[in-house]
Design a protein around this ligand. Sequence first.
Ligand SMILES: [Mg+2]
Length: 134
Amino acid sequence: MNTEHAIHHRKKRILAVDDDGLVRKSLEILLKEAGYEPVVAAGGQEALGFLTQRHFDLLITDIRMPGMDGLQVIQAVRDYCLEAKKHPIPEIVLTAYNDDHVRESAVRLGVREFILKPFKVDEFLKVLERNLAH
Ligand SMILES: [Mg+2]
């Protein structure tokens, strides 16, 4: 198998950040079952560590987390990609239904994709596919 072929068939790698261990575990299982390669992080610092080691096709992040919140994670990931001259990574934010003002802040930051928790699996996967389609 030549390199190009291997890259073409590489599983899409998804970085998922959430401070809730149960959410991380379910995201990991769900993403694996859907044929993706998930890497889960409990917070921004851990996520940034993974980012320097590997290529990611998509970022999914919770908003409400101790330490760096999700918007800070998004900003830090963007800064890193810019500095490292890497392509920007599509971003999906996980928020709760009652978190309107958090969503507004994310929109101001230019985030376009939101998944409301608790989410339906098929809708969740549709949003992922849409953002991995290129
Ligand atoms: Mg949280």
